[in-house]
Write a new protein. Structure first.
Length: 120
């Protein structure tokens, strides 16, 4: 038994953009593919010539042996200095307030001059 044929014939319609778009799409696809594959490169920047974007002339040489992986799970040594006590903290806050007040007085005349030089 054979399958019934559809009553409407199906045809593939050409793209509305025309044949000029196909070469541009191919070029765009190649550029995207090269950018994606360029991220997978193992080339090191110091092996690229200077005139095409490599390291500048005065750059230090890469060390012969790679540095050890940082010990991220090791605890830092205990601090040699203790925290500030109440008196030291109050003295520091007073000093900071005095410096802030001194700087605000010095910058007040300069702030007035900058407003006059703006373009309308």
């Amino acid at each position: 038994m054979s399958r019934p044929r559809p009553s409407v014939a199906f045809k593939l319609m050409p793209l509305a953009a025309g044949p000029a778009v196909r070469p541009l799409a191919a070029v765009a696809a190649c550029l995207i593919l090269s950018a994606v594959l360029g991220g997978c490169t193992t080339a090191q920047i110091d092996q690229i010539p200077t005139n095409i974007g490599g390291l500048p002339e005065g750059a230090p040489a890469r060390p012969a042996t790679q540095a050890a992986f940082p010990a991220v799970h090791d605890m830092p040594p205990p601090r040699s200095q203790s925290l500030l006590d109440e008196e030291q903290q109050k003295r520091l806050e007073k000093d900071l307030i005095a410096v802030r007040n001194r700087q605000s007085k010095q910058k007040a005349p300069a702030a007035q001059n900058t407003g006059q030089s703006r373009n309308p």
